[in-house]
Design a binder for this molecule. Structure first.
Ligand SMILES: NC(=O)c1ccc[n+]([C@@H]2O[C@H](COP(=O)([O-])OP(=O)(O)OC[C@H]3O[C@@H](n4cnc5c(N)ncnc54)[C@H](OP(=O)(O)O)[C@@H]3O)[C@@H](O)[C@H]2O)c1
Length: 265
């Protein structure tokens, strides 16, 4: 990666998982707002192609970083590299993640732990490193991408739903903890959306899920607005909001059974 421009812009947005899906859409929407971007993922060719398009369309600075976020040492090196380049991240979109569908005991232990490593451990490490910088500067914004599945355990998504419950709880606590330091933390809880997620998770898209499917653009727009407004968390889409209300209004066994049925057919 080469950087031959003067880095004067203080409104840098770092987006993890920017090579597809929500991450790519976050990049497009923040680029349209004129922000400078740091795009992170493993597939460098996709990041570079996106970066080139956004530079041409919006005359913004875009830095691409090929990082396997599962490797915590690589996360620390990324943080250090950006520091050395003089890039101060004012907004962090902690989005990279993947799912896994299937009976708990049939999934390999390796794939289960790899998912936890990315969705829980890496997300925590990235948040920790950049939140410290933001607290020192007295301002910053962090968006954590959880899931609608964070609201209940879901059959055949046991570890994924539990991991996303962790993300939501982490975000809620940090929202209050970091507020007094001038740092906003918002958690976005999308429902099923048309990204690369279902394929990567080997997820079956049931007829109910087809009805609930959202495009990435409105999901991302909702997330950015909620972060700007300093909200604690947000669920995009009316149908998804109704499902969350169901979890408040019904016994645990009932909404757990409903969501498990909807997710598995
Ligand atoms: N789509 C949905 O239905 C849905 C619903 C609720 C929540 N979510 C959440 O939304 C977030 C984004 O997913 P998506 O739907 O946009 O799926 P996606 O299109 O599959 O995007 C996942 C992104 O994460 C990156 N990533 C995966 N493993 C990585 C690693 N080890 N290191 C660095 N980057 C990695 C991928 O890039 P590379 O492969 O290039 O590394 C890709 O850019 C995830 O946290 C997911 O849990 C999705």
């Amino acid at each position: 990666m080469t950087l031959d421009m003067t880095l004067t812009d203080t409104s840098w947005v770092l987006i993890t998982g920017a090579s597809s899906g929500f991450g790519e859409e976050f990049a497009r929407q923040y680029a349209a707002q004129g922000h400078s971007l740091v795009l992170v993922a493993r597939r460098l060719d996709r990041l570079q192609a996106l970066a080139e398009t956004l530079r041409q369309q919006h005359s913004i600075e875009v830095v691409t970083q090929q990082v396997d976020l599962s490797d915590i040492a690589a996360v620390t090196r990324l943080h250090q590299r950006l520091h050395e380049m003089g890039i101060e991240i004012s907004t962090l979109i902690n989005n990279a993640g993947h799912g896994l569908q299937g009976p708990f005991v049939d999934s390999t232990l390796d794939s289960t732990l790899a998912m936890l490593q990315l969705d829980v451990t890496s997300l925590t490490a990235v948040t920790h490193l950049f939140a410290q910088d933001m607290r020192t500067r007295g301002h910053g914004k962090i968006l954590l991408v959880a899931s609608l599945l964070a609201y209940q355990g879901v059959e055949n998504f046991a570890v994924y739903a539990a991991a996303k419950a962790y993300v939501l709880r982490l975000g809620e606590a940090l929202h209050r903890e970091l507020k007094r330091d001038g740092v906003t933390v918002t958690t976005l809880c999308p429902g099923i959306s048309e990204t690369g997620f279902a394929t990567a998770a080997q997820q079956k898209v049931t007829p109910v899920l087809k009805q609930l499917m959202m495009q990435p653009a409105p999901v991302v727009r909702t997330g950015i607005r909620a972060l700007q407004a300093g909200r604690i968390s947000v669920v995009p889409g009316w149908a998804n909001k109704a499902l969350v209300i169901l979890t408040w209004a019904t016994p645990r066994w009932l909404h757990q059974a409903f969501l498990s049925r909807a997710m598995n057919g």
